[in-house]
Ligand binder design. Structure first.
Ligand code: PGA
Length: 236
């Protein structure tokens, strides 16, 4: 794992956007994964601006959905897939055939990833408990795409998106840690003082299922992009 430290959030988003552009130039048919949440919103804006200025070509790329709340009715406003569609995929001109979600279940998702030839670039956010996607503490490094019960900490942090904890679904579908670890390239975006402690733990705590993000330290192709106080570039 590598660590890249940025002076602020804008520089962090620029750094990640450049990785996406490089990936698309190298392989226009890339299979990409994006997180939802607040952290990637600045990245999304840069990608959409580049698309509008015709500086980036997403027309042949595919997107696999990282995670989604389980059992939502069609059109439920809490859908993470719909959030990603609104903020990124529709503005980038993705048609439905190039967006691969959990509609057919988690086993079908694993099959779909295989059919697509694997994940090229996966971008992740960091949960306050170290979750990646919805891989909550206890998730093993070889876990596959599956349904999982959300932890109290995730429900509390996700309440910020939907107004109250009782609005947050209790179960989610997520790409597994083993599935994520097979991606050609993995980027973890971490920003802001609220993430400083879990970032420090990600970098320094023993690699363990207690903090799922520590698994990235066993992935040579992973890079943490951080703009957090008190974290200095150690080239870890
Ligand atoms: P955030 O969410 O970007 O809104 O902090 C990250 C996460 O919980 O995975």
């Amino acid at each position: 794992m590598k660590l890249r430290v940025f002076s602020d959030y804008a520089a962090l988003c620029n750094g990640v956007a450049n990785e996406v552009f490089t990936q698309l130039k190298r392989k226009p048919t890339s299979v990409l994964v994006f997180p939802t949440g607040n952290t990637p919103l600045g990245l999304f804006k840069l990608l959409v601006d580049s698309h509008r200025n015709r500086n980036a070509d997403f027309s042949k790329a595919h997107v696999v959905i990282l995670d989604e709340y389980a059992d939502l009715a069609l059109g439920d406003s809490r859908s993470l897939t719909d959030w990603l569609n609104r903020e990124l995929l529709m503005p980038l001109g993705f048609d439905a055939l190039r967006i691969h979600g959990f509609e057919k279940g988690t086993t079908a998702m694993e099959d779909r990833i295989k059919q697509l030839g694997g994940l090229d670039l996966i971008i992740l956010g960091l949960g306050p408990n170290g979750h990646l996607g919805f891989n909550e503490p206890g998730s093993t490094s070889n876990s596959r795409t599956r349904r999982i019960k959300l932890t109290r900490e995730t429900i509390t942090s996700n309440a910020a998106y939907w107004g109250a904890e009782d609005q947050v679904p209790r179960w989610g579908d997520t790409l597994g840690l083993g599935t994520i670890a097979e991606a050609q390239s993995i980027i973890l975006m971490v920003s802001g003082p609220a993430k400083a402690k879990i970032l420090q733990q990600t970098l320094q705590s023993p690699i363990s299922t207690d903090i799922p993000s520590t698994i990235l330290r066993s992935c040579k192709q992973s890079t943490i992009y951080a703009a957090c106080p008190a974290v200095h570039d150690s080239g870890a």
